[in-house]
Design a protein around this ligand. Structure first.
Ligand code: SAM
Length: 228
C-alpha cells in the first residue's frame, strides 16, 4: 500500500463541512447505491482494472459537487474511467442516482476527502486530474486551505503519468493568479490558461458566478516527459 506523504496528515481541510439533511429519496439512493458505485476513501491500493473491469485511461475529479461535469464528461467519453470525489453528501447522492439512471459503467464515486483517497492510488497512475471551481477561500488567512497550492500540487503530480493532463477552472480572479503562480513554478508542468474547453459543461455553481458577473478561467497543464 502507498504510504501517504506527511502532507496528508498535517494539512488543513480544503472544504467547508456543510450539514444538510438528505431527503428520504436521496437517503435511500445513498444507502442503496454507494455500496455498488462507491469506492472506500481509506483502504488498500486501488486496482482500477478490478474496479472498472478493464484497462483504460484513469481520471479523477476532485470536488465534483453534484457531479454535473463528471456525468457529462463520462457520458461523452466512454473510453475513459472516471473517479469523482466530494465530501458533500447531497451532491454525492444525486450523482449516484444519475449514474444508476444512465447506466454508466465508467464512473465511480468517492464520498470523502479526495486527498485521503489519494493514498489509495499508485504513483503515476492518473492520466488526468480535474479540479473545477475549487472552494475559493477568499480571505488571506484561508489561502492555505486552497486545493491548488504548492504542497498539494506536489502530491497530485506524483500521482500523474508522464503526459498526464491537469485541468482546472476557477471564477475567482486571485485564485486564477495563484494557479498561474503555483503551477508556473512547478518544473514538471507545462501549460497555462486556455479557452473554455467545449466538453466541460456549465454547472449550476458556475452559472451563479457568471450571473454575478465573475470571469471564468480554464487552465490546462501537462506533466512533462523529462521529469525524474
Ligand atoms: C465550489 S464547489 C464546486 C463543485 C463543482 N466542481 C461544480 O463546478 O459545481 C467545490 C467542491 O469541492 C469540494 N471539495 C473541496 N475540497 C475537497 C476535497 N479535498 N475532497 C473532495 N471534495 C472536495 C467541496 O465539497 C465542494 O463541493
Amino acid at each position: 500500500m502507498t504510504t501517504p506523504p506527511d502532507v496528508h496528515r498535517a494539512r488543513s481541510r480544503t472544504f467547508k463541512p456543510r450539514r444538510r439533511r438528505l431527503s428520504p429519496t436521496r437517503e435511500a439512493a445513498l444507502e442503496r447505491l454507494l455500496p455498488q458505485l462507491g469506492l472506500e476513501v481509506i483502504g488498500p491500493t486501488l486496482d482500477p482494472v478490478e474496479v472498472f473491469g478493464r484497462q483504460a485511461p484513469l481520471v479523477i475529479e476532485i470536488g465534483c459537487g453534484a457531479g454535473e461535469a463528471a456525468l457529462a464528461m463520462a457520458s461523452a467519453d466512454p473510453s475513459t474511467d472516471l473517479i469523482a470525489c466530494d465530501v458533500h453528501t447531497p451532491g454525492i447522492a444525486r450523482l449516484l442516482t444519475e449514474i444508476d439512471r444512465l447506466g454508466l459503467t465508467n464512473l465511480r464515486v468517492v464520498h470523502g476527502d479526495a486527498l485521503d483517497f489519494a493514498a489509495r492510488l499508485r504513483p503515476h497512475s492518473l492520466d488526468e486530474v480535474r479540479i473545477f471551481f475549487p472552494d475559493p477561500w477568499p480571505k488571506p488567512r484561508q489561502r492555505q486551505r486552497r486545493l491548488v497550492r504548492t504542497d498539494l500540487l506536489e502530491t497530485i503530480i506524483g500521482l500523474m503519468a508522464v503526459g498526464g493532463h491537469l485541468r482546472i477552472a476557477t471564477d475567482v480572479d486571485d485564485y486564477a493568479e495563484q494557479i498561474v503562480e503555483v503551477c508556473g513554478a512547478e518544473p514538471r508542468l507545462e501549460g497555462g490558461p486556455v479557452p473554455r474547453p467545449q466538453e466541460r459543461p456549465i454547472t449550476r455553481f458556475e452559472l451563479k458566478g457568471l450571473e454575478a458577473g465573475r470571469t471564468v478561467t480554464d487552465f490546462s497543464y501537462r506533466v512533462r516527459g523529462d521529469r525524474d
